[in-house]
Design a binder for this molecule. Structure first.
Ligand code: SF4
Length: 316
């Protein structure tokens, strides 16, 4: 009761724009939906289709079964690969098991896989800037395990030793913090003059736009709330971006997780959501803040994100 009393009062909410679902996540969810319509339940999905617990539970209610690995799927079933992509070894395993595969890998992740294969075919060492334990990185490394070296931070970039310093390239996980990844790439570039860069930035448009939107509002906020699940890389990066701008920030999986103590004395609250977090969860969070006192909600204008990806042929 005391926490409620201390957290109440008038507030301003500043909504970051853009926020929430990206084109790759919308496509992945639609792939599972269409697969359920076309083939009937159950449809199996390897790993979380996107890194959000609410999306996963919603699809489970509709007949999706989430598994860790291909060998948990009964032979002959329909299996969807998640948006983060898989290694060729996983594809081969699914084929050997006689599974009907529908691939929901985001086309922007597929682009990184293609780059890695291209460099590997000319025997280059590929520095993959990213987090070794992330599923996307796991899948990308699997394209050429002997040629890809994961570089997680500036210190690793400063000490990594390739097979041939004259034949090196780099690629990036799509959901990194833009400034941190650029710093790592700069260290690699300074050490290896022959380093080949991706044709265009691997960090995707959605990651870049959501981080910029946080930077745009950070100076006007006492606190930033990021709607997203704890295993969502791009949501965690939004928290870090705000913190680097000097604003306290918290990840909130669901409005019910909101710790009232963190709201005490916070009058201007920024709200955003990672690319895998549904927009409805943002609405719920803003609704909860409105329950604590009079609320004004503002949202800066931004260019609309118009990118759409076509669906895989199995479900289009
Ligand atoms: S965050 Fe970027 S790479 Fe990941 S699914 Fe969305 S658009 Fe694709």
């Amino acid at each position: 009761m005391d926490a409620w009393a201390a957290a109440t009062g008038p507030r301003e909410v500043l909504l970051a724009n853009p926020r929430s679902f990206c084109a790759g996540v919308e496509r992945a969810i639609e792939v599972v939906d269409r697969a359920l319509e076309r083939f009937g339940a159950p449809v199996y999905v390897r790993r979380q289709i996107v890194h959000n617990t609410h999306v996963v539970h919603d699809l489970e209610r509709r007949g999706a079964i989430f598994v860790g690995e291909v060998d948990e799927v009964p032979p002959g079933s329909v299996l969807v690969f998640a948006a983060h992509g898989v290694s060729p070894a996983v594809r081969a395993e699914a084929e050997a098991r006689g599974l009907r595969v529908v691939d929901a890998t985001c086309p922007l992740v597929t682009k990184v896989h293609t780059e890695v294969r291209r460099h590997s075919s000319r025997e280059a060492t590929v520095f993959l800037i990213g987090h070794a334990d992330h599923e996307e990185v796991e899948g990308t490394v699997g394209e050429a395990p002997a040629d890809v070296v994961v570089v997680e931070d500036v210190a690793a970039a400063a000490r990594v030793v390739p097979r041939d310093a004259g034949n090196v390239a780099y690629a990036m996980q799509t959901t990194l913090a833009v400034d941190e990844a650029t710093e790592i790439a700069d260290v690699l570039r300074s050490r290896f003059p022959e380093l080949q860069a991706p044709k265009s930035d691997d960090i995707c448009y959605a990651t870049t736009n959501r981080q910029r939107a946080v930077r745009d509002i950070a100076a006007d906020c006492d606190l930033l709330l990021v709607v997203g699940s704890p295993n969502s890389s791009n949501s965690l990066r939004l928290v870090e971006v705000a913190q680097r701008e000097g604003v306290p920030a918290r990840l909130v999986d669901h409005a019910a997780d909101l710790d009232l103590h963190t709201l005490v004395g916070m009058r201007r609250i920024g709200v955003t959501a990672g690319a895998s977090a549904p927009p409805t969860l943002v609405d719920e969070l803003v609704g909860c803040l409105g329950g604590l006192g009079p609320l004004t909600v503002d949202e800066p204008s931004a260019d609309p994100e118009v990118l759409r990806f076509t669906l895989p042929k199995e479900v289009s």
